[in-house]
Design a protein around this ligand. Structure first.
Ligand SMILES: Cc1cc2nc3c(=O)[nH]c(=O)nc-3n(C[C@H](O)[C@H](O)[C@H](O)COP(=O)(O)OP(=O)(O)OC[C@H]3O[C@@H](n4cnc5c(N)ncnc54)[C@H](O)[C@@H]3O)c2cc1C
Length: 563
């Protein structure tokens, strides 16, 4: 019997299959299409997805195929009325990366093969039942033969029309927009064009037009929104040329289409991501306006969230309740995503509908003002890049922090001072993404890369013998008991390893950047999950409390328990 049957080899299913294998669990990945689509639906990879790919060891490969987008411009009435830079994201990958979904899938597919898996093409899930913890799925092969596949878990990554979601009877609630979209991947040019790495949005009175310089072959993605009531038109080159000329820069020429498609947009999501041992992920759970290019990125993050949990439970190393946290963490993200893309779509609709010259002038001034605000630019960048996403309400994240009344006014051993207590409050809270920061010659992504949790035991400013003994003891205990799922490091704000420490893995943070970013002015610990979010933290570093957290969610190997 297989551990996991993954249905659908789009970006979500491919990411999940890779993640399961990376975390040591076998799975089958079936895909009804005999060959992948040649065209690219999604074409933008955001910073948080690049971080996921970094963790999987694939970021460099994808970067080699991608084009970094530097900014976005908003035009109306023949003038640029707003500019947003896309480079200030606190990440090793601070841009939006244009790359075709096909290439992203190729990179993931090749990785799956390197990990010993493969996509079983031409194999369609027809139906399934779950009985006593075993899922029996009927699949139809390319030759039309029906076979039954037994697995402990089934995950439907089978897209918007998900068979798995329908079979589970999960409602896909929401609505469809009246607007229609015409999209083409084309070469474009116009007199006076001075850059090819910034997005251009044009707010015309008949509807918006956007030009995305997403492809390394020089093609742009051209997106024209047809407002409610606009006449039906086909997605032909002539139509794109006409729309671009009416709405876009003067003299624009549209040529050489690779793909032209009309589609409607929807805003739907499920309220349930799991029934028993069957899960759904990606477009099977949420579909929305393409504004912001979030869909594929969100599906891959669903898979990243589920992968390590499913693997640990399947391997008997985590309590089954861990799996409940998948829905608890990802459903709020889908709700926020739909709300955000809906606001962007409705905002654009309202901006286009304005006809009165005074209202138009006010709109343009407002856009100019808002987009010039640093705080707006930062918020947009963090939201679209998905680096702002966190799981603060998750049932599997926690912290132990003394009351402010127990903080000392002046330093007293490793107990926090008032300043240390307050700095810890400003550090990443449970469920937040571990922030990107340098640590000596390394950085966060490098340090948390891999399939295990990572425990950072921060020394803080006080350097006491008792403090070092405590950190040594916690690190040794965790390694002895949880070493196959947790990697401990002691982090010191010094250029050299303190002689009093005996544990072998000591990270040097000579300028204190890593300490500062984690609010570690005084001794504390952070446990970072395999998907890069803070699972647990406490101040001061307390081995017993950490052990309680670990034992509540994970299962120590029998040998370690006996020892
Ligand atoms: C025109 C268009 C433009 C888009 N632009 C963007 C964008 O710019 N940015 C962005 O992030 N997103 C964009 N998206 C959305 C993005 O493409 C999806 O969010 C993404 O593909 C979702 O990935 P997925 O793996 O969840 O689902 P899918 O990519 O739909 O993959 C599901 C797979 O499951 C297979 N399958 C289905 N049923 C079965 C079955 N019964 N048995 C076996 N296999 C099955 C399907 O063949 C398919 O390969 C766009 C979508 C469209 C349609």
């Amino acid at each position: 019997m297989d551990d996991v049957l993954v249905v659908g080899a789009g970006p979500t299913g491919l990411t999940l299959a890779c993640e399961l294998r990376r975390h040591g669990v076998g799975c089958r990945l079936i895909e009804e299409l005999a060959t992948p689509h040649p065209w690219s639906k999604a074409a933008a990879v955001h910073a948080r997805t690049m971080e996921l790919l970094d963790d999987m060891g694939l970021a460099e490969e994808l970067l080699g195929r991608a084009k970094a987008i530097q900014g976005a411009n908003i035009h109306a009435g023949g003038q640029r009325i707003g500019h947003v830079a896309v480079d200030g994201i606190e990440s090793r990958y601070p841009h939006i990366y244009g790359v075709s979904q096909r290439e992203t899938e190729d990179v993931l597919g090749a990785q799956l093969e390197r990990l010993g898996g493969r996509v079983e093409r031409g194999v369609k899930l027809e139906s399934f039942v779950e009985d006593d913890g075993v899922v029996s799925a009927v699949v139809v092969g390319a030759d039309g033969a029906r076979t039954t596949v037994a697995a402990r878990y089934l995950v439907g990554c089978d897209g918007a029309h998900s068979t798995v979601r329908r079979s589970l009877g999960i409602e896909f609630g929401g609505a469809s927009y009246e607007e229609r979209i015409l999209q083409a991947d084309v070469h474009i040019d116009w007199p006076g064009r001075d850059c090819d790495d910034e997005i251009m949005m044009f707010i015309g009175s008949d509807g918006p037009l956007a030009l995305f310089p997403l492809f390394k072959d020089g093609r742009y993605r051209l997106v024209a929104v047809l407002m409610p009531g606009a006449p039906e038109v086909d997605a032909t080159l002539d139509v794109f040329q006409r729309l671009a000329a009416e709405r876009g820069p003067a003299g624009i020429q549209v040529t050489d289409p690779a793909w032209m498609v009309p589609f409607r947009i929807h805003c739907r999501h499920v309220e349930k991501y799991r029934v028993g041992n069957v899960f759904i992920a990606g477009d099977a759970c949420h579909i929305h306006s393409p504004a912001g290019g979030q869909g594929m990125n969100t599906g891959m993050q669903d898979a990243y969230n589920l992968g390590w949990k499913l693997a640990l439970v399947a391997r008997g190393r985590a309590r089954p309740e861990l799996l409940d946290s998948y829905e608890a963490e990802r459903l709020p993200i889908a709700r926020q995503l739909l709300s955000m893309t809906d606001s962007m779509t409705r905002g654009m609709e309202r901006a286009v509908k304005l006809k009165n010259p005074i209202a138009l002038a006010l709109r343009d001034r407002l856009v100019r003002f808002v987009t010039s605000l640093g705080v707006f630019q930062e918020r947009m960048a963090r939201t679209l890049s998905q680096t702002m996403i966190g799981y603060p309400g998750s049932p599997i994240v926690a912290q132990d922090r003394p009351s402010v009344l127990s903080a000392h006014v002046t330093r007293d051993g490793e107990e926090p001072t008032l300043l240390g207590w307050s700095a810890f409050g400003d550090g990443p809270t449970p469920g937040e993404r571990a922030p990107y920061a340098p640590c000596g010659t390394a950085h966060t992504l490098e340090l948390v890369r891999g399939a295990k949790h990572v425990l950072f035991l921060f020394d803080g400013a006080a350097a006491t013998e008792a403090g070092y003994r405590n950190l040594d003891a916690i690190a040794a205990q965790v390694r002895a008991r949880w070493g196959d799922i947790v990697t401990p490091h002691i982090v010191v704000p010094h250029a050299a390893r303190p002689a009093a420490l005996t544990f072998d893995s000591v990270l040097l943070d000579p300028d204190g950047s890593f300490h500062r970013r984690f609010g570690a002015r005084s001794e504390c610990l952070y446990l970072v999950r395999p998907d890069g979010y803070v699972g647990y933290r406490c101040q001061p570093a307390d081995g017993e409390r950490l052990e309680r957290y670990l034992a509540a969610h994970f299962v120590a190997p029998a040998a370690a328990q006996v020892a």
